[in-house]
Write a protein that binds this ligand. Structure first.
Ligand code: ARG
Length: 588
């Protein structure tokens, strides 16, 4: 479906043409002065020079041509030459009717479907998830959903950190604690136990302990590096232990992500590309791209137009070990070979911006991707506490994701219990749903690259630009629709009517922006566009709701029109929050 602004512009362009002017002047935009008009056109101002005529004269002539327009209810030429516009109620209604009949509310599907891979989440195995990983998961999940809704084929990959030194550290610490484990017996040739020799909480304690020891004790660190090397070169017992670490860790991760309503199509990790690294490195050498520098293997990636220094991309360390870069490059190669995506989107902290610039340039230069493959890094800002510093626990530690969610769930539960009489169980369930909206909306409503302040009080508020406010609005609509049903009505049988008052028309105009908004959210890869839209939409709905007695309306046709409008508002709001990665309860 065409965007409403395009339809309106078309009508205006015809009028410019009919009045003898260049049609391109008829571009219509949203009004800068909503108190005066709904839309405006500044084409007469732009045309004045070209036609050596006072803009107001042009505007008057164009307005004249729109006297019997099917689109405009009001066209006024105002000094010095603006065209202030109001559209017909019927025009808006028909547009909304078409949206209602369309599967995606009028969103145009792409001519060519792209295959897009989104690399997000990026947790490190055996290290607890912390709030740093929260943003990647929340933003990435929303981007994945937006691209999919926009009609593309999208694959989300978690890209686990499962192959680095942390694995060697864990193995080393385990060996110190339980040297007799069969995994460390070089002569053991039998089958290893199915059961892991540790639980997730032990694992989560082992890693920080080992990491701290390695920082103080060079010998210990050397052992961990040796263990990492042995693991990566395929020593059987180490591989078996690694399998245990992965499976214990991954089942815990799955639970965590499920609580966040985040799910991945692929659970691949750095380890998956281990075997293809030697071939890739060889090819980079053969192609003349990779050369030795201070013992390490590097590829130059600086370009003439650089204004800042872009250091070479390191492919192998001087000891021949692979790095974060190496696995990322090999992963690109693997993705191209096995999925052949048109576009790769990465979500990490913006501190990795230069890193991805290097990796992308290296991938292009060495031909890992096609010239037309799009490589996009979305670097997000830091989640800060109210003190403006990176978010911490009360005692200053790194806030674990589980703790953070627990805290916000409890706050939400308290609020819900004080608000209404709901059973404790229902309140608990509802609290979870609403808390998730608070966390996700709080994050997504900011432009991703910006830092933001994680403010539990503000995020959990039922008023203002918050997730709970949006949910509250949806719940309000649902409750009216339920009551309408109880009175014997059937929302599905209702038809939209022309707006009869200003707040109703504003609501309808707000709704009509859906496809344009979503197109922008997709093109800019910007979930915050959706948040801004639903906040305006919720506000427009609530203004209409406060002015209109819907359920007691005697004129049944009018009432049915409102019910149809409510159902459409609900459907659009629910579609939008699903794209943000949360849902609404039945009541709250
Ligand atoms: N595991 C990394 C970290 O915790 C994030 C991985 C991001 N994705 C990537 N392809 N490098 O910082």
């Amino acid at each position: 479906m065409q965007k409403i602004l395009d339809l309106i512009s078309e009508e205006m362009k015809k009028a410019f043409e009919a009045a003898g002017y260049n049609a391109d002047l008829g571009k219509v935009t949203l009004s800068n002065r909503p108190d005066l008009c709904e839309y405006q056109c500044n084409g007469a101002m732009a045309g004045a020079k070209q036609y050596h005529k006072a803009p107001i004269m042009i505007a008057n002539e164009v307005a004249e041509k729109l006297q019997n327009s099917e689109v405009f209810a009001e066209v006024s030429a105002v000094a010095p030459g603006f065209l202030n516009l109001k559209v017909k109620e019927q025009f808006v209604k028909e547009y909304l009717q078409a949206m209602r009949d369309d599967v995606k509310f009028g969103l145009q599907m792409p001519e060519k479907t792209k295959k897009i891979m989104v690399d997000y989440g990026g947790p490190n195995v055996a290290k607890p998830l912390h709030v740093g990983h929260l943003r990647s998961a929340i933003i990435g999940e929303s981007i994945k959903r937006i691209c999919r809704y926009a009609g593309h084929e999208v694959i989300g990959d978690i890209h686990l950190g499962d192959w680095g030194l942390q694995m060697g550290l864990i193995i080393t610490e385990l060996q110190k604690r339980q040297p007799d484990l069969v995994y460390f017996d070089e002569n053991f040739a039998g089958e290893y136990p199915k059961e892991a020799p540790f639980t997730i909480s032990e694992l989560e304690e082992i890693y920080p302990t080992a990491s701290a020891k390695s920082k103080e004790d060079a010998q210990y660190k050397a052992e961990a590096m040796e263990a990492t090397y042995k693991l990566q070169s395929g020593v059987r017992g180490y591989r078996a232990l690694w399998d245990h670490i992965i499976s214990v860790s991954v089942s815990d991760l799955k639970k965590n992500y499920e609580n966040l309503n985040v799910d991945f199509d692929l659970w691949k990790g750095e380890s998956d590309v281990h075997d293809i690294i030697p071939g890739m490195v060889e090819a980079m050498k053969k192609g003349g791209y990779a050369y030795e520098s201070d013992g390490a293997l590097v590829v130059d990636v600086k370009e003439e137009t650089d204004t800042k220094e872009v250091p070479p991309c390191m492919i192998l360390k001087s000891d021949g070990a692979s790095l974060y870069n190496t696995t990322d490059l090999a992963t690109i190669m693997d993705r191209m070979e096995n999925y052949n995506p048109d576009k790769l989107i990465y979500l990490t902290d913006k501190r990795q911006e230069l890193y991805f610039e290097q990796v992308f340039r290296c991938a292009r230069k060495t031909g890992l991707v096609k010239p037309e493959t799009e490589l996009v890094h979305i670097g997000f800002g830091t989640m800060n506490g109210k003190d403006g510093k990176p978010f911490k626990t009360r005692d200053g530690g790194v806030m674990r994701l589980e703790m953070l969610l627990k805290e916000i769930n409890e706050e939400m539960y308290r609020k819900i219990m004080e608000n209404k009489s709901m059973s404790e169980d229902e309140a608990k369930e509802t609290a979870k749903v609403v808390a998730l909206s608070a966390v996700k909306y709080g994050d997504l409503s900011n432009q991703a690259s910006k830092d933001y302040i994680f403010d539990i009080d503000r995020f959990t508020s039922f008023e203002g630009d918050t997730g709970p406010y949006i949910l509250y609005t949806i719940v309000r609509i649902k409750s009216i629709l339920n009551k309408y049903k109880e009175q014997g009505g059937d929302a599905k049988q209702t038809v939209l009517q022309d707006a009869v008052n200003a707040s109703e028309k504003s609501l309808m105009l707000e709704i009509s922006k859906f496809n344009a908004m979503l197109e922008t959210a997709y093109e800019e890869i910007a979930p915050h566009r959706i948040c801004a839209y639903i906040y305006d939409l919720a506000n427009a709905f609530n203004r209409f709701y406060h002015e209109t007695k819907i359920l007691t309306e005697e004129d049944k046709e009018k009432q049915a029109g409102w019910i149809a409008l409510l159902a459409l508002t609900r459907d659009i709001l629910e579609t939008c929050i699903d794209l943000l990665g949360f849902s609404a309860p039945e009541r709250m």
